[in-house]
Unconditional design. Structure first.
Length: 883
C-alpha cells in the first residue's frame, strides 16, 4: 500500500531538492513558471491593449512628478488602484508585452503590496527572457530592479526589530547585481546595493556566525514562519533555514511523496506509534516495548541504548507506578451505565495508552499551540496542559473510547492542578534528559481520568459567576475554549470609555466619556490589531481587530455579508454557513465597520458561542470586506473628477487679485511654539490614544439584541471629539503660559536697565543684516500673482480627467516604454511632461526675476526663524536662572 516517507527519507529528499532549487535560483528559473501567453490575432485588441498601457504609464508619470507631492495619500492610493485596473484590462487583451506588467508592479509596490509586486517583476523577467527578438536590456534591468526593491521591503519589519539575514538578502542582492551589470550607469542600483551590504554586515555582527542562535531567535520572533513544528524539525535536521524562499515549496513536495510498502494491516496506529528515540513509525520498522516500564518503544537495541540515559529515571518510576496500578481497583460512580469500564487500574491505563497513541500528533500540536512557545520559549517550564477524560461505554474503537471533558493550561503551582507538583518534577527529569540528547527541551501534558458521573435529574443549577481577566495578555486569550485557532470567533463587547480617555489624564474628558451610552455590540475576531503595548512585566497586551456584525443589512446593502439563514443582498456576497444558528436572527457582517482596540477585560462564562468561522470562511470574509472597501469610494472619485472638469482653473485669477503675502501666511511664533516641549508632550499624549473594549464570551450576557455597527462608529467619533477638545484646550493653555513667560522676560529686561530687545526688534535687525544682496528694480514687482498661477497648475492637472491617448499621439509609446522606472527623466529622457499629460507646460518661468526675489525673501525669513529658535530658549533659560 501507499505510505508516507519515513523521517530519514524525508530529510534526505529535502537535501536533494534544496541543491536542485539552489541551481534553479542561480539560473533565474522561476519555481512556478507561468505558461507562455498567445498574442491576440485581432489588431483592434492589440491597439486597445496598447492604449490602456499608455494610460497607465501617463498616470504613473503624473504621480511620479514632484509637483504632485501634495496629493493626499488616500488620493494617490486610489489612482494607483486605478492603474492596476488599467493594467489588468490590458493584460487580459494582450499578455505578451511586459510593459503593462512592470507598470502594475510599480503600482503594487506603491500600495505596499510587495508579494504581488515581486511576482509581477518575476513574470516580466520571464516574458523578456522568452521573447523571440533581441534582448531588451533596459526593460530587463528595470524588472530586476523592481524585483530586488520589492524583496528588500519584505524585511521591513526585520529592519525595525533585527537586521534581515544574508539568506533573505541574497535574492534581492542577486537581482540588483544583474540589473547593475545590464545598466552600470543607473545610480539606483548603487544606492540599493549599498543598503544591502550595510544590512548584511550588521546582521553578521549581531549573531557572529552562531546559526543555532540565529535560527531560534528568528523562529520565536516570526511564529515559525507559518510552518508546523514537524516541518521546522525536518528543516533543522536537513540543515535548511525556514526563511529561505523555496523551503515551503519543497516541503509540500516531500510531505506529499509516498512509497509502496507491503503490509497486511491498515490501521492509523501504524502512523502514530513511534520509536521513542528516532521517531520512526510502524509503517517502516517493527517496534519493541521496554520490558520494564512497558511504555517506551524502540525499533532496535541501538535506539534503546542511545535513549537509556534519558529514559532511565522515568523507566524506574513508571515500573513502580505500574506495579501499584496492578494492585488497585477502580469502580465507576453509582447509577452509571458503564458495564465495560475496566475495574483494574492497569487495564484502564493500557487502554488509555492505546488511545494516546491514536491521538499523539493532535495532542502534541495542541500542547505546543497552547503554550505559545514561539513567543514565550520558557512557558513549558512553568505551565502544563491538563486534559480531563472520561470513559465512553459501548462497542467503540480505541480512538473513541474516551471523551475529553475539560482542557486547561495551568501553572504547576495552581491549587486546582493537583497533579502539577508531580508533573513538574517529571518534567524537570525529561527536560534534563532531552538536553543531554541534544534536543531543546520537553513540555508536559497531564491526562487525568475521572469516573463517569450519572445523568443529573435535579433542578438546573444557577449560573456560576463569570470570571474576569483584567488587562489580559496574549496568553490569557482562551484559545482552548474556542478551538485551536485564534481567530474567527464571535464575541460580544462594550466600550471601556474611561480607559479609552485615561491617557489624557483629564477630569473633564473622563466626565464627558462617562456620560456616553453603553451599548452591546457583536463582532468577529479576525486578526491582531498590531498595537505594541506591554504591561509592567514586558508581556504584550491583548489587542484585536474585530469585524462588526449587526441585525439586518448595512447601508448600502451591497456591503453586507449574510450569515445563513439571512438572505443574500448583493452579488459576490453569498451567505456564510454555520453549523447552528446564532442567538439573534438575520445577522450580517458590515464591511465598512471594523474596530481595532486593546482588550481591557475578558468576561468568561459557562457558555460560549457554539460556532466559529473556519479558516476558509475567515479568508473568504476578509477578501469580501477588502473588495467592498476597495470600491467604497468609486462614486466619490467620479464626482471629484466631474467637479474638477466643470470648474475653471484657479490660475485664471485677475492680475490684481491679492492672495496674501508670505509675511502674512508664515508665523515664526507659531512654528517656535509647535517645537516647544509643552506642545510636543501634548501631541504625543494625544497620538498615543487607543480604544479599549471589554469582551464577553457568553452570548447570554447580552440582555437583548446587539446595537447596530453604525452606533459603534458614532461612539468612536464622539470619543475622538472628546480627545480633540482636550487637545485644543491644552494647546491654548500652553500658548497662554508661553505668552506670559515672554511678557515677564521683557519686563525683567526693562527693569535691569538694558535696551528693550523684544522679539520684534530682533527680527527687524536680523532681516536688515541678512538681506545683504543688492535690491534690483525687478524685485519690486509683485510676484504673488505669478506664484499663485504657478502653484495652481499642478492642482488643475491633478484633478483634470486624463485624455485617452490615440495611436497617432502616443509619442514614446510607439514601441511601448521599456518598463517604468523610478524617476521621470529615466522613463522619457526629455525631462518634461509629455503634451498628452500636461498641456501647456512652460519651462520659461525659471528665468522670471520675481522668482529670484521670492527665493531670497524665503531664505531670509528661514534664516530669521532659525536664529529665533536658538535665541529664545537661551534667553528663557537665562531669565529663569536670574529669577
Amino acid at each position: 500500500m501507499k505510505v508516507p516517507l519515513s523521517r530519514p527519507e524525508k530529510v534526505a529528499m529535502l537535501k536533494t531538492l534544496a541543491v536542485e532549487y539552489e541551481e534553479k535560483q542561480r539560473d533565474r528559473v522561476p519555481l512556478n513558471p507561468r505558461p507562455r501567453p498567445t498574442p491576440p490575432s485581432d489588431p483592434v485588441v492589440r491597439e486597445r491593449a496598447k492604449e490602456l498601457r499608455c494610460m497607465a504609464r501617463a498616470m504613473l508619470c503624473m504621480l511620479d512628478c514632484e509637483v504632485h507631492g501634495d496629493i493626499p495619500r488616500e488620493e494617490r492610493n486610489k489612482r494607483y488602484r486605478h492603474i492596476i485596473e488599467l493594467c489588468n484590462e490590458s493584460l487580459a487583451a494582450d499578455a505578451t508585452i511586459p510593459y503593462a506588467i512592470t507598470h502594475r508592479c510599480t503600482a503594487h509596490y506603491e500600495l505596499d503590496m510587495l508579494e504581488e509586486s515581486a511576482d509581477d517583476a518575476a513574470w516580466a523577467e520571464q516574458l523578456i527572457r522568452e521573447s523571440s527578438g533581441p534582448l531588451d536590456t533596459d526593460s530587463l534591468s528595470n524588472a530586476l530592479y523592481l524585483a530586488g526593491t520589492a524583496k528588500l521591503m519584505f524585511d521591513w519589519y526585520e529592519l525595525v526589530t533585527m537586521w534581515p539575514s544574508p539568506a533573505r538578502l541574497r535574492p534581492p542582492s542577486a537581482d540588483l547585481h544583474l540589473a547593475q551589470a545590464l545598466d552600470p550607469n543607473d545610480p539606483r542600483m548603487h544606492e540599493k546595493l549599498a543598503e544591502v551590504h550595510t544590512r548584511m554586515a550588521r546582521y553578521k555582527a549581531r549573531f557572529a556566525g552562531d546559526l543555532r542562535k540565529e535560527r531560534c531567535e528568528r523562529i520565536a520572533r516570526y511564529k515559525g514562519f507559518g510552518l508546523s513544528p514537524y516541518g521546522l524539525a525536518l528543516l533543522d535536521e536537513a540543515g535548511l533555514m525556514p526563511w529561505v524562499s523555496y523551503v515551503k515549496h519543497i516541503l509540500n513536495i516531500v510531505n506529499a511523496a509516498e512509497k509502496d510498502v507491503p503490509t497486511t494491516k491498515l490501521r492509523d496506529q501504524y502512523s502514530t506509534t513511534q520509536c521513542h528515540n528516532c521517531w520512526v513509525n510502524k509503517y517502516h520498522s517493527k517496534l519493541f516495548l521496554c520490558s520494564r516500564c512497558r511504555r517506551a518503544m524502540y525499533c532496535s537495541k541501538e535506539c534503546q541504548q542511545a535513549a537509556w540515559k534519558g529514559h532511565k529515571a522515568s523507566c524506574k518510576m513508571s515500573a513502580a507506578h505500574w506495579e501499584e496500578l496492578k494492585s488497585s481497583t477502580l469502580a465507576p460512580a453509582p447509577n452509571c451505565d458503564v458495564p465495560d469500564q475496566p475495574t483494574n487500574s492497569a487495564d484502564l491505563a493500557s487502554t488509555m495508552l492505546a488511545w494516546l497513541d491514536k491521538h499523539r500528533v493532535l495532542l502534541s500540536t495542541t500542547l505546543i499551540g497552547s503554550l505559545c512557545l514561539s513567543s514565550n520559549p520558557g512557558a513549558h517550564l512553568t505551565r502544563g496542559l491538563r486534559v480531563t477524560m472520561e470513559w465512553m461505554p459501548g462497542p467503540r474503537a480505541t480512538a473513541y473510547r474516551f471523551r475529553v471533558v475539560e482542557a486547561a493550561l495551568l501553572d504547576f503551582s495552581d491549587p486546582s492542578f493537583r497533579e502539577g507538583r508531580n508533573s513538574k518534577l517529571e518534567l524537570e527529569g525529561m527536560e534534563a534528559s532531552e538536553v543531554l540528547r541534544g534536543k531543546d527541551g520537553a513540555a508536559m501534558m497531564t491526562l487525568p481520568f475521572i469516573p463517569r458521573s450519572p445523568p443529573s435529574t435535579s433542578a438546573p443549577q444557577p449560573r456560576r459567576q463569570m470570571p474576569v481577566v483584567n488587562a489580559p495578555t496574549w496568553f490569557d486569550w482562551p484559545v482552548l475554549a474556542h478551538g485551536l485557532q485564534r481567530y474567527g470567533h464571535f464575541v460580544l463587547f462594550r466600550f471601556d470609555l474611561l480607559a479609552s480617555v485615561a491617557v489624557l489624564d483629564d477630569a473633564e474628558a473622563s466626565r464627558a466619556a462617562s456620560q456616553l451610552p453603553q451599548d452591546w455590540f457583536l463582532g468577529i475576531v479576525t486578526s491582531n490589531a498590531g498595537f505594541m503595548l506591554e504591561n509592567s512585566k514586558g508581556v504584550h497586551l491583548l489587542n484585536l481587530s474585530i469585524f462588526l456584525v449587526g441585525v439586518g443589512p448595512s447601508e448600502p446593502v451591497h456591503a453586507a455579508i449574510p450569515f445563513s439563514p439571512a438572505p443574500q443582498m448583493a452579488d459576490g456576497h453569498p451567505p456564510i454557513q454555520l453549523p447552528s444558528e446564532l442567538p439573534w436572527p438575520n445577522l450580517y457582517a458590515h464591511s465598512f465597520y471594523t474596530l481595532v482596540a486593546v482588550i481591557s477585560r475578558i468576561h468568561d462564562g459557562p457558555d460560549h458561542f457554539s460556532d466559529s468561522l473556519t479558516d476558509d470562511q475567515l479568508v473568504t470574509l476578509n477578501n469580501t470586506v477588502s473588495k467592498d472597501l476597495y470600491h467604497q469610494h468609486d462614486d466619490i472619485w467620479e464626482e471629484m473628477v466631474k467637479n474638477a472638469a466643470s470648474q475653471p482653473p484657479r490660475s485664471a485669477m485677475p492680475e490684481g487679485s491679492d492672495t496674501g503675502s508670505e509675511e502674512e501666511t508664515d508665523s515664526g511664533g507659531s512654528e517656535d511654539f509647535m517645537l516647544s516641549e509643552d506642545a510636543q508632550l501634548i501631541t504625543t499624549r494625544y497620538q498615543s490614544r487607543r480604544l479599549y473594549v471589554e469582551l464577553w464570551l457568553d452570548p447570554a450576557s447580552c440582555p437583548g439584541q446587539p446595537a447596530p455597527p453604525s452606533a459603534c462608529e458614532a461612539l468612536k467619533t464622539r470619543l475622538d471629539e472628546i480627545a480633540k477638545e482636550w487637545y485644543d484646550r491644552k494647546i491654548e493653555e500652553a500658548k497662554a503660559r508661553r505668552s506670559q513667560l515672554i511678557m515677564e522676560w521683557n519686563q525683567r529686561v526693562r527693569e535691569s536697565g538694558g535696551e528693550q530687545a523684544t522679539i520684534q526688534a530682533a527680527e527687524y535687525e536680523l532681516e536688515e543684516a541678512v538681506d545683504d544682496a543688492p535690491v534690483l528694480p525687478e524685485d519690486a514687482v509683485d510676484y504673488r500673482t505669478e506664484r499663485a498661477r504657478k502653484e495652481t497648475v499642478p492642482d488643475t492637472l491633478a484633478l483634470a480627467p486624463l485624455p485617452t491617448p490615440s495611436a497617432k499621439s502616443e509619442g514614446p509609446c510607439t514601441n511601448d516604454m521599456p518598463g517604468l522606472k523610478t524617476n521621470f527623466e529615466r522613463e522619457h529622457g526629455t525631462g518634461v511632461i509629455p503634451s498628452s499629460v500636461s498641456p501647456g507646460n512652460d519651462n520659461k518661468s525659471t528665468s522670471n526675476p520675481t522668482v529670484h526675489a521670492s527665493s531670497r525673501l524665503a531664505s531670509t525669513k528661514q534664516a530669521t526663524f532659525q536664529w529665533l529658535r536658538g535665541v529664545i530658549p537661551r534667553a528663557k533659560a537665562r531669565f529663569l536662572r536670574t529669577a
